[in-house]
Write a protein of this length. Sequence first.
Length: 150
Amino acid sequence: MIAGWLREQVAPDAVAVAWVVAPTATADECLLFGSKLRAWFDADPEPYGVLIVGDGAATLSTKAPRYFDERAADVQAEIDRALTAGDRKALMALDPQLCAELGVAGRPAFQLLAALFDADAADPQVETLYAAAPFGVGYHVSVWRPGGAA
């Protein structure tokens, strides 16, 4: 729904295609899917934009959907840091078990994002627009562009 709304706001004539990454997908599976997706994009002369949607920790406060877990703040801070820095290795290293315990449903999506940029020699250019945890759930909005892109 978010992708469709965004497409309507920015490029009404564009085509939006949705892929869902299983919550149980491993980092290796995300890497494989992301590299295949990137190869598909690179083989097409048309420009592409990708919208990655995934929740951060859902245990950041007593009012959070999964209640409070004292470990969540540090994990969410690392996710925010990695997303802001374009740190592909840190995103790929997210612990699936810990993320599941903290309600980080976006872990596979974050790893897919890292995989989309894995083949690039330069780190992505990142512009972070928002990072906060209203309602006790981590939300992060950034724009990633390939390193050296205008």
